[in-house]
Design a binder for this molecule. Structure first.
Ligand code: FEO
Length: 393
């Protein structure tokens, strides 16, 4: 069902209430998501993005209820990822053959690479414009936010920035606008999206945001390709992005662990007790990486000033959930965060040293060589672990 945004702009996307996983199995989307597509009607008519492949027929069928497809003059592909370009084949099969698709040079590569079609691609770069009538679209390349092909588009007169994945959230709603939903939930999804998808590109995000701000464009609305539209004080999310992209940290310490017979869990809890003894203000989160949602784990790591990572030694290494989460954390390319390792063992005990080395590779400032516990912590060792936690703060 389409929804009118202004007299010229209509939302023609898809709300995916049941989406629970995104990027394969990588990203949990507990609030569902949307694939936002926008129809702009002026003397010329442009369609910005489409929807994810499983909804291609539904998307095109709904679009046909809104407009005769032959009346659409231009298709704009801000980003070639399948959640936005997936309905292109169905759409182009039903549109006049030569309808141009505007995208970046990298957009041509990604779209051709996925669909193997020789459509009428029109390559645009930063500053190129497309006059629709009274309004004009200006394109702004935004490579790595979050693919090399990504671009933004700005619509004059309406003063709307179409920002692709940037400023988006995986958030299905009956509403269109960010100001209509629970703000805590909105920002929880927005920071989760940033931490899990855009965090590695923080420096690029800052540069791009400053470039857009320097253009002094009036902005009435920011329309991302996922989730809710920023209408009330739309640059609030831009300010948040500048904060998040600037080596963000809260007063939080997150303790990640996996455990076989609860010894490493007991270590985690004793260390947490020590931290709390010394600092009543700091937020402490304990997360079992085998049980907690990995997307949430990464979000908490993103918010932390320090992380602790613990695993028992097994087969001369560490547990697979810790290995997996460390690999994901390394990919976030976080800066300005401290870390330390811990873990129990029965005989060889290599895990703590190995985790310590990995944390260094992942760019963390490792504060000491970590702490190990042979077998189950007794009262004496529990005291040592509490002392270890106290020293960390
Ligand atoms: Fe929502 Fe990078 O696609």
């Amino acid at each position: 069902m389409s929804k009118k945004i202004t007299d010229r702009i209509t939302w023609v996307g898809k709300t995916d209430w049941e989406l629970k996983k995104f990027h394969g199995d990588e990203f949990t989307t507990v609030s569902g998501s949307t694939y936002n597509s926008y129809l702009i009607r002026d003397e010329k008519i442009a369609l910005i993005d489409t929807a994810w492949l499983p909804y291609d027929k539904e998307f095109v069928s709904n679009l046909k209820e809104e407009i005769d497809l032959s009346k659409i003059n231009y298709v704009i592909a801000l980003h070639g990822e399948i959640d936005h370009s997936g309905a292109l084949i169905e759409l182009m099969n039903q549109m006049p053959k030569n309808t141009p698709i505007y995208c970046t040079a990298n957009g041509v590569k990604s779209i051709k690479g996925q669909y193997h079609k020789d459509w009428n691609f029109q390559v645009v770069k930063t500053g190129d414009t497309l006059k629709l009538g009274e309004t004009t679209l200006t394109f702004i390349e935004a490579p790595m936010l979050h693919w090399p092909d990504t671009m933004f588009a700005y619509l004059s007169k309406e003063n709307v920035l179409f920002s692709s994945d940037g400023f988006g959230q995986h958030f299905a709603s009956e509403h269109l606008y960010a100001d209509q939903v629970d703000q805590d939930k909105l920002y929880k999804e927005a920071i989760k999206y940033y931490a899990n998808i855009l965090a590695p590109f923080g420096m690029i995000a800052i540069k791009k945001i400053n470039e857009v701000l320097a253009m002094n464009l009036p902005i009435n609305m920011i329309c991302p390709s996922h989730g809710l539209i920023w209408r009330e004080n739309p640059t609030q999310i831009v300010k948040k992005y500048l904060e998040w992209a600037g080596n963000y940290q809260e007063n939080q310490i997150t303790i990640l662990y996996d455990t076989m017979w609860n010894d490493t869990r007991k270590m985690a809890e004793a260390i947490a007790k020590g931290i709390q003894n010394k600092d009543k203000e700091v937020t402490i989160k304990l997360m079992n990486t085998a049980k907690d949602d990995k997307t949430d784990v990464l979000t908490e790591v993103f918010k932390s000033k320090m992380i602790l990572v613990g695993s028992p030694t097994v087969n001369n290494g560490y547990l697979h959930s810790i290995a997996g989460i460390l690999e994901m954390i390394k990919g976030m390319k976080l800066k300005n965060k401290k870390a330390v390792a811990f873990g129990s063992y029965g005989w060889s005990g290599e895990a703590v040293k190995q985790i310590t080395e990995y944390l260094k590779i992942a760019g963390f400032d490792v504060v000491n060589e970590g702490i190990r516990c042979m077998w189950t912590p007794d009262k004496q060792l529990e005291k040592e672990l509490i002392g270890f936690g106290e020293k960390l703060v």
